[in-house]
Design a protein around this ligand. Structure first.
Ligand code: G6Q
Length: 556
């Protein structure tokens, strides 16, 4: 089936994915190799562990413990080529409106483009605008960090609270946690996202309004949760500062694309940091949405993070697919998702500072590729985005790893580790890394009945103790978690998501499901709040729950 051409954006007249030659060849190949065990593959090709590796921007990936042969990689790359991946990459970097359902360019790569380069949106070079905002953030961060920026009563800012949700929260929280080691410990950072009032109340309960700065982060500046929290913050701040409206200018700044709404809220647009509609929420942590990150780690570290992003961007844009980290990772994901029928991917960072990385990745991957309609508006006939989940190691080993080792599901894993600890203490780090290598080895090779027998295990116990192995994993290794490496790591996943979306023929850059959620609650709010009469017209379950809620909320 031909694909409807979208002017200047999507490669034209591509065949339906499952009809492509490479797809058919992969189906036949899968039937041949699906039972092959990693034990055999390593015996047949003893150098596989050195060969099936790739490296870029300080990140090394060993993908040899995947259920693949050289032929698998060849066919997957052929699939990428038949899918026009190269021209789709070029279209994104060129600023084509590849987010065609929202008629937008997709240019998070411009957020880290070096000064002096040029990326055009509607004929205008956006790189100078990006750097103008970065300079404004740099100037502001400098003043807050050195105490020159004073609160309303003349005290310096010690507490920064980012108010935002989704893409305006998950990136900032993850980056703050990931780079806490580099942060100014004289300042405290908190993140409020949930409309549950507890989130806000707990964030401010021990703070002094005179020393607290709120960053209201919202691309649209209309999101229910963020605006509700921002209004509560405004009331709390004013109450703590004697009710003087002039204090808002010293204690509130905004990050948004919507100057009119920012002004309406009462924030001076001089204290607004802008970004653009070509930055998707989940791709915005390196835009002004990262203001809290810059305040925490300082402008130099923030720019080092951008450099890491940029190095991975250039790698993705220019390096042949055979050595291209995001392409290889994306293709391996497709192999398990679409051929083995794997439904999830576990992301397992062996670095405590990356504890929020799986949550961040859940949005990046699942909001981007959780789509069932192709760009020509028809239903897919293959599975798209898998479920991402994970916890930092080694904690997960004592909980859900059991199911990965001995359960009935195939769960490909990404292990993420660093050779150097940021805080060396005794033998901790060698022990941590020993667990990474032990787990990937055990997952791949397991233990055979013979091995279990040889340990003197009684026969009846043997089947319980056998680990079949053949569980695939990638090991992602870097020297040290630095701002630059974090940027490269995030870009690696961003482009891996792009690779998959391009092959699945879906728009990875819209989120109509999220948009619906933004309007649904609006109808019910007045039904819950009405003091007097209200009429319900939902289904019997929803009506009954609303009536019960209204009764219960006034019961003492
Ligand atoms: C991200 C999504 C979504 C968005 C939030 C917050 O890609 O669009 O998670 O980031 O809904 O939106 P605002 O920044 O407009 O408040």
């Amino acid at each position: 089936m031909g694909i409807r051409a979208t002017p200047g954006a999507i490669p034209q007249a591509l065949e339906r994915l499952t009809k492509r030659k490479a797809w058919k060849a992969l189906e036949a190949h899968y039937a041949r190799v699906r039972r092959l065990h990693l034990r055999e593959l390593f015996v047949e090709d003893p150098k596989r562990g050195e060969r099936m590796t790739a490296e870029a921007a300080g990140i090394f990936i060993d993908y040899s413990k995947n259920r693949i042969t050289g032929e698998t990689v060849k066919l997957l790359i052929q699939l990428a080529e038949e899918s026009g991946l190269r021209s789709q990459i070029d279209a994104m970097f060129r600023g084509d409106k590849i987010n065609f359902t929202e008629k937008r360019s997709v240019l998070h790569v411009a957020l880290r483009a070096p000064n002096g380069t040029s990326i055009l949106v509607d004929g205008e070079n956006v790189v100078p605008q990006v750097h103008a905002v970065l300079d404004k953030m740099t100037e502001f961060s400098g003043r807050v960090r050195n105490g020159e920026w004073k609160g309303h009563t003349g005290k310096r800012i010690r507490y920064v609270i980012n108010i935002g949700i989704g893409g305006s929260d998950l990136g900032p929280v993850m980056a703050y946690e990931a780079l806490k080691h580099y942060s100014d410990r004289a300042m405290t950072f908190r993140f409020v996202s949930n409309i549950d009032g507890t989130d806000f109340a707990e964030a401010v309960r021990d703070l002094d309004a005179a020393e607290t700065l709120f960053i209201v982060s919202s691309k649209t500046f209309t999101t229910l949760e963020t605006m509700t929290n921002a209004h509560s913050a405004r009331a709390w701040s004013l109450a703590g500062l004697g009710g003087d409206e002039k204090s808002v200018a010293k204690h509130f700044v905004a990050v948004s694309t919507n100057a009119a709404e920012v002004a309406k809220f009462g924030i001076d647009t001089a204290n607004m940091f802008g970004f653009w509609d070509w930055v998707g929420g989940r791709y915005s942590m390196d835009s002004a949405i990262g203001l809290s990150t810059m305040l925490a780690i300082g402008p130099e570290n923030f720019r080092a993070m951008l450099e890491g992003f940029h190095q991975m961007d250039e790698h993705f844009r220019t390096v042949p697919f055979e050595q291209n980290l995001p392409v290889l990772m994306g293709l391996l994901g497709i192999w398990y998702n679409d051929f083995f029928g794997a439904q999830t991917v576990a992301v397992l960072p062996y670095e405590q500072y990356l504890k929020r990385f799986p949550a961040y990745l859940q949005q990046l991957t699942m909001e981007s590729n959780g789509k069932h309609v192709t760009i020509d508006g028809t239903d897919v006939d293959y599975p798209t985005g898998p479920i991402y989940w994970g916890e930092p190691g080694t904690n997960g080993q004592h909980s859900f790893y059991q199911l990965i080792h001995q359960g009935t599901r195939l769960i490909p894993c990404d292990f993420i580790a660093f050779a150097q600890p940021l805080i060396p203490i005794g033998r901790h780090h060698d022990m941590l890394l020993a667990n990474v290598f032990a787990q990937t080895e055990a997952l791949a090779f397991g233990t055979t009945p013979e091995q279990v027998n040889a340990e003197g295990t009684p026969d009846w116990l043997v089947p319980h103790r056998v680990l079949e192995g053949n569980h695939p994993s990638n090991t992602i290794l870097a020297a040290r978690l630095t701002p630059k490496i974090l940027g490269a790591l995030v870009a690696l996943y961003e482009h891996s998501v792009f690779t998959q979306g391009a092959i699945w023929l879906i728009n990875s850059f819209d989120q109509w499901g999220v948009e619906l959620g933004k309007v649904l609650a609006q109808r019910i709010i007045p039904e819950l709040e009405s003091e007097t009469g209200y009429s319900l017209g939902h289904d019997s379950s929803t009506d009954n729950l609303i009536r019960r809620y209204r009764n219960l909320k006034t019961t003492s």
